[in-house]
Design a protein around this ligand. Structure first.
Ligand SMILES: *Cc1c(COP(=O)(O)O)cnc(C)c1O
Length: 441
């Protein structure tokens, strides 16, 4: 019996199965009741230990209950610091804004106004789309194949995934999806394909207000934008007066190595969306950064009750300590190299699987061409006490994204478990000869 069967059989998940909506998802992949977590380790109510290679989908880049952040948070609560404040000025928000400018923006020569759009990633995307439309007076926005931008209607309209889009229940308008880098094979330059639509008045695609793009598609299968492609896209946007929005919700805050994932590309987006790990402690927080000249909002034109999550501001300001020196970034680079080496050698060990390496920084994975294999690998890993998720429309990529603070020893331990898990399911799938991923059924 698997650990998952055990949990169900003994009634551990009864209340969730009976009361919680069918929409629940991660608790189906990891069917235990969690109690406690420190850094990259979690424990369930039975005392079983798990190593975390998922990090809250990128919301826990600094680990669970990071002791540095926790100490600040506890002190703040004990001192009766403001917890909720709409968007009133508070000391906690003041400190965050000052620190964000000092540690992140100024050293990178970036000048942005900071908007708190509401606590989730999709709020940051909606605010970005709204301001782009308001500034340009245009309605159309271009998103890319396999993109993921969130679950509210505006964000869904620029999201690729058919299943998620269908959940909207209404037509998703005012958006055009264009092929991402590499979508039509290595030979096709999808950027010039896109440019033809922009420049030709017969294309049927109206000049977009903005383009929204991820540098690396965390949910969409770990496809990465090439340097030339993203630079070209930025150039195209500038040339035609289209605003460039980078959705750095999952890849920002160091996931790919640098604080913003677009830094190594040398592009400067007009608008940047951040969320997931910006709050540091896994507390809800989101930012929409915009070039000052784009900040044409009227007071209260975009609103929200939870734009003043001061507990998140406290942890967010503290988490920026990691970015004051270069050591943190260097350490991510070293662990990324270790991770890549391990994944590549795993792929070489099983040539019959025709698996493919993908990713960057501490966001890497293995794409399997056989339907269900990546999921089977993640399930096998979970039975061995390793938490991992899949990525891609067909869940075809087994994704490794530990907290950035993980030690090399813990990373190696997890990779060893991943190796055992691939070995377990390899025979089952190698018998199949026809790749099954990639149909639009
Ligand atoms: C998670 C994510 C979002 C949505 O964030 P939520 O907090 O779930 O609304 C948007 N874009 C990207 C790239 C994401 O990874």
């Amino acid at each position: 019996m698997t650990r998952a069967d055990l949990a169900q059989a003994d009634g551990t998940l009864d209340v969730f199965e009976q009361l919680e909506s069918e929409v629940r998802s991660y608790c189906r992949s990891f069917p235990v009741v969690f109690r406690k977590a420190v850094d990259w380790t979690l424990w369930d109510t039975e005392g079983n230990e798990y190593l975390d290679f998922f990090a809250g989908a990128g919301a826990l880049n600094y680990g669970h209950n990071n002791s540095m952040l926790k100490a600040k948070l506890i002190r703040y609560l004990i001192d009766d610091g403001i917890s909720h404040s709409l968007d009133m000025a508070t000391e906690a928000k003041e400190r965050f804004l000052q620190r964000f400018k000092e540690v992140i923006l100024t050293p990178r020569n970036l000048i942005y106004k900071v908007m708190f759009p509401g606590p989730t990633g999709t709020n940051a995307v909606e605010a970005a789309l709204k301001i782009a439309r308001k500034v340009t007076g245009r309605t159309n926005v271009v998103g890319f194949t396999n993109a993921f931008h969130g679950m509210t209607l505006g964000a869904l309209a620029v999201t690729g995934n058919k299943f998620k889009r269908q959940g909207a229940g209404v037509p998703l308008h005012h958006a055009t999806i264009m092929p991402y880098d590499g979508y039509m094979g290595a030979e096709v330059d999808t950027l010039s394909y896109f440019e033809n639509y922009v420049k030709d008045s017969g294309s049927g695609v109206s000049l977009p207000a903005a383009v929204i793009v991820e540098t690396l598609q965390g949910e969409g299968g770990l496809n990465m934008a090439g340097t030339g492609w993203l630079r070209g896209l930025a150039e195209l946007c500038r040339h035609y007066g289209i605003l460039l929005i980078i959705d750095d919700i999952q890849m920002g805050c160091g996931r790919t190595g640098s604080f913003f994932s677009f830094e190594p590309y040398g592009v400067e987006p007009d608008i940047v969306c951040l969320s997931k790990s910006i709050g540091g402690f896994g507390l809800p927080m989101a930012l929409t950064l915009m070039k000052p000249e784009l900040d044409v909002w009227a007071p209260g034109e975009h609103n929200g009750t939870f734009r003043g999550n001061n507990l998140a501001f406290i942890c967010a300001a503290e988490a920026l300590r990691y970015w004051e020196k270069t050591e943190f970034e260097q350490a991510i680079g070293e662990k990324a190299a270790l991770l890549e080496g391990a994944l590549q050698s795993l792929i070489i060990r099983y040539p019959q699987l025709k698996a493919e390496w993908r990713g960057k920084g501490l966001m890497q994975g293995i794409a399997f061409p056989f339907e269900g294999m990546a999921e089977a690998v993640c399930a096998a890993a979970f039975r061995r006490g390793l938490i991992m998720e899949t990525s891609g429309t067909d869940s075809e990529v087994a994704k490794v994204m530990p907290p950035l603070t993980i030690t090399k020893t813990a990373l190696e331990r997890g990779l060893h478990i991943l190796g055992e898990s691939v070995a377990e399911v390899a025979n089952q799938f190698a018998a199949q000869t026809v790749p099954t991923v990639g149909t639009n059924q």
